[in-house]
Write a protein that binds this ligand. Sequence first.
Ligand SMILES: Nc1nc2c(ncn2[C@@H]2O[C@H](COP(=O)(O)OP(=O)(O)O)[C@@H](O)[C@H]2O)c(=O)[nH]1
Ligand SMILES: [Mg+2]
Length: 215
Amino acid sequence: MRIIELNKSVTASNDLDAEMLRAELKEKGICLINLMSSPGSGKTTLISRLIRDMNEEVPIAVCEADIDSAVDAERIEALGAVAIQVHTDGMCHMDAGMTRRGLEGMNLDGIRLAFLENVGNLICPAEYDTGAHINMMILSVPEGDDKPLKYPLMFEKSDVLVITKTDALPYFSFDTEKCMQRALALNPNLKIFPVSAKTGIGMDALETWLKGRST
Ligand SMILES: Nc1nc2c(ncn2[C@@H]2O[C@H](COP(=O)(O)OP(=O)(O)O)[C@@H](O)[C@H]2O)c(=O)[nH]1
Ligand SMILES: [Mg+2]
């Protein structure tokens, strides 16, 4: 009986693919950010705000990963940034090979910051190295401050946590301090930015940090 350990071998080669992609992008002066969160937490809205605020100074490209549709890539392209949509054939995450194919579909000349908007969920994307230089996750206020307790791997694997929709804080019992403590207990190196992509509050600090990483 022959048994193929698909999970293990796929992950092993994915880690190598990811290292190669990371090195190649660095060589080209491109910083790749893997943006992960639940569906509807505000990934496309955050990227859109960053494009409006930063694209002239720091040219941005976006690879949108979804099971279906092209609405997100269309939203990004309408803002004047380079964009591509990839469909994951039903898969709930992006790996390094898929990310490479998405990036290869775009003209990256002059691009300094590339976003991968990963498939929306807090579980599978945390398990795969995409080749990104920065893993960024979003937790939005309506989702609740207990999410670090329920999805610890995502918080452990992320370099940056953006707590978004802070304009909605008056309407939800979301304890920002408690949420930050829970996240930092899992990952003491986590950088945390509370923002509202709608009103712009808190975006300055995130954008200054991103500019520092894209040089
Ligand atoms: N109030 C508020 N709504 C937001 C904010 N960011 C996103 N949204 C809304 O949340 C919904 C989902 O946003 P979207 O960016 O499409 O989420 P995605 O599925 O993670 O890409 C939309 O109705 C947005 O207008 C925010 O900072 N504040
Ligand atoms: Mg989206």
